[in-house]
Design a protein around this ligand. Structure first.
Ligand SMILES: [Zn+2]
Length: 464
């Protein structure tokens, strides 16, 4: 039985989606104003593992990840660089998707951009105004948190302590709101915003950050849906505010399961530019680390534990993947009689893998189950060789594990298939006496790391 630790209830709970075999899942995405750092990718990888495991369990997953492409930081940078909002954010959006590919993170079903959902944000803000939960000031429209009785139910903050704390803070020439914790739904245009504004019935201006996620999640997933995820730093105030907006506007429970991933430490310290331990994914790739290695290092601890990232952890990740790949390569040699122990080992590994993942995605225990299989089967192969049916069963199992782990363990086979196709095309070209074409294909095959030996029994492919 699949169970998740639900931040909302503060305990592990059996997962029951609203529709029996479908899951709606919303994940807060990046603000596209810079290259994302590995702490961001830790969260996105946790969400990828969650998504993959839900699919492993047979659910149809609809995942939505927003792209925040308008906010204060973006507007400031556009102004500094004298560049349009769209041109500026497109650059980092493109980089973001390249990073996802490098880490083998599966694509969500939808990546809505905030700037494309302004109408929906206006609509929800209007609902909140009508219910007198939102109010207007001279600089914008704000959400009055004392009007939402359940405010704080996710993060367990108390509204009273927020108000008490407010008087002590640098209150507030900057904002004309009534309470320092009230938050902006709509910000009226000011000179600093330059070209960035929308003329709407709320006035000329732009949306606040929190309303984005309420607008886009409910647009795609409905007013109530199954899972909302994010990093722990988004829990308050961002997710708390999403709940307040959505539940006050639509009058029903917003999300059933809230999952939050913990911080990433680098060499035992908080990652920060001033400590010189701040890494983007691109920075690590440029140092020569493979995306799969970084993926393994960032995903192999439980998502609710602080993860300590280090260059040593990258090295051991590289070794771990190499061990798994070497094992898969061994499965290619098949001979001899069937070995009844193989099925037993496989069944046990699958059971342990699922038991671990069912228990709030205990990934390190799941990996331990995979390595136990590798060790035991390796011993069996040393003793008895490997029968073709056993080999196929093991490949199938490793493929199932890898559908969750996403390490590309069996990718070599896909490559082989492509090479085999190319080799067949070359053979055909030779038969047709199109030798220039045949040579061209041979070169292409060589580039992919294979050479062709033409023997009297026909061409034979070898690794270069
Ligand atoms: Zn969000």
């Amino acid at each position: 039985m699949l169970r998740f630790f639900n931040t909302l209830t503060g305990k592990k709970q059996a997962f029951k989606p609203i529709k029996k075999s479908e899951v709606g899942m919303y994940t807060c995405g990046p603000t596209v104003y810079d290259y994302a750092h590995i702490g961001n990718y830790r969260t996105f990888l946790f969400e990828d593992i969650l998504r993959r495991y839900l699919k492993y369990k047979g659910y149809k997953v609809t995942q939505v990840m927003n792209l925040t492409d308008v906010d204060d930081k973006i507007i400031k940078k556009c102004d500094e660089q004298k560049i349009g909002l769209k041109e500026f954010t497109e650059k980092y959006t493109k980089a973001f998707f390249e990073d996802l590919d490098a880490l083998n993170i599966q694509r969500a079903e939808y990546y809505p951009r905030a700037t494309e959902f302004i109408a929906r944000m206006v609509e929800i803000t209007n609902m909140l105004l009508k219910k007198r939960i939102a109010y207007k000031t001279e600089d914008g429209i704000y959400y009055k948190i004392t009007r939402f009785k359940k405010y704080g139910k996710l993060s367990k903050v108390e509204v009273k302590s927020l108000e008490a704390g407010a008087s002590g803070r640098m209150r507030t020439d900057e904002y004309a709101k009534e309470n320092v914790q009230d938050f902006a739904l709509w910000k009226y245009w000011t000179k600093e915003d330059g070209e960035v504004f929308w003329e709407t019935e709320l006035g000329k201006g732009r949306p606040g950050w929190h309303i984005e996620c309420s607008a886009m999640s409910t647009h795609f997933l409905g007013e109530q849906f199954d899972i909302h995820t994010g990093g722990v730093d988004n829990m308050f105030p961002h997710h708390e505010n999403e709940i307040a907006q959505s539940e006050a506007a639509f009058g029903k429970k917003f999300v059933n399961y809230w999952l939050h991933s913990e911080h990433l430490l680098v060499e035992g310290q908080k990652m920060s530019k001033s400590l010189g331990n701040f890494y983007t994914l691109r920075g690590l790739l440029a140092k020569g680390y493979h995306g799969q290695t970084i993926r393994y290092a960032l995903m192999s601890a439980h998502y609710k534990q602080k993860l300590n990232f280090s260059f040593m952890s990258l090295d051991s990740s590289k070794n771990a993947i190499e061990r798994l790949k070497e094992f898969v390569r061994r499965l290619d040699v098949a001979e001899g009689k069937q070995n009844p122990k193989i099925t037993k080992i496989t069944d046990k590994a699958k059971k342990n893998f699922e038991k671990a993942m069912d228990d709030d995605l205990e990934i390190s225990k799941a990996l331990a189950a995979v390595f136990e299989l590798v060790n035991k089967v390796n011993k069996e192969i040393d003793k008895n060789g490997l029968n073709i049916d056993d080999s196929l069963e093991l490949k199938k199992t490793m493929n199932e594990f890898d559908s969750v782990l996403g390490l590309g363990l069996l990718e070599k086979e896909e490559l082989d298939e492509e090479i085999i196709k190319l080799a067949a095309q070359r053979e055909e070209a030779r038969k047709q006496k199109e030798f220039a074409k045949a040579d061209r294909i041979r070169e292409e095959i060589k580039k992919k790391g294979y050479i062709i030996d033409d023997t009297d029994k026909g061409p034979v492919l070898k690794r270069a």
